[in-house]
Write a protein that binds this ligand. Sequence first.
Ligand SMILES: O=C(O)C1=N[C@H](C(=O)O)C[C@H](O)C1
Length: 297
Amino acid sequence: MMERQDVQGIFVPLITPFSLDGELDLASYRNYVDNLLSHDIQGLVINGTTGEAPTVRWEEVIQLTKSTQAFLKSKKPSVPVVVGTGTNDTASSVQRTEMAAEIGADAVLVVVPYYSKPSQQGIIEHFRRVAQVGVPVIAYEIPSRTGVSLSMDTARRILDMNGVIGIKDSSDRLELVSELARSGSGPVLCGDDLQFHAKLSQGASGGMLASANVNTQAFIDVYHLFRSGDVIAAQQSFDRVTPLIRKLFQESNPAPLKWILASQGLIASDQLRLPMTSISMELEAELERLLPSFMQS
Ligand SMILES: O=C(O)C1=N[C@H](C(=O)O)C[C@H](O)C1
């Protein structure tokens, strides 16, 4: 199981490949994960936003997790598997976390409960109940999707809980990272791709970045350059991947990402489950033109 000191470096939130009839495409999945494992990544994340958590059934999450674990065992057993178990219902989040524990997840990613707009007290209680299950929890702050933000005090109280090993911060606030780093709480992974370098500068311990599915090595290089103290070289390397990041988030993640992975032949199709749809023809034309430059950066 993961510990606090493991929450650093580059974590890759995985897509969930579907065949044209909308079913799980495990052959594509293995091919795509195999390619990622040629890089020195710190962890794989199943059933995050990038994995289309809202439309992937829990039985499928279990299937993906078992398949990933079996694959990692033969290829790279040291890479931890983080499973998204958070929903907007505390009881079902606890139940999913218990099931993730049963199948040997190394940690769980638990999103701030969305849609209901709970109070800060309700959010704290939600995390307390999930953390009590006993699998290490990475809390996932993404206010643009959940509709509610963690206050600084709530973030600190969640990080202080036994069983919580870190926060993934996909907000656009730099203060959350800087304040938590300053007060010795943490670790915090950046989950807002465009702010990766800025958040490293504020004390983030790494990133959980959808963009790291494409040009993975570039993100690993940014991280290592920064850690080695070469902040300028890290910034320059990061500047080279920002055009890619902008395009990946020009339409809702993971549609552009799936299109790129399908164009690279890593997955058979860019199929998504409704209400998510494939990218527009305009973006497709832009990506076709830009893809070669993205792969060199
Ligand atoms: O799936 C994730 O984890 C991520 N989701 C964010 C989003 O889609 O808004 C972006 C981040 O790169 C990782």
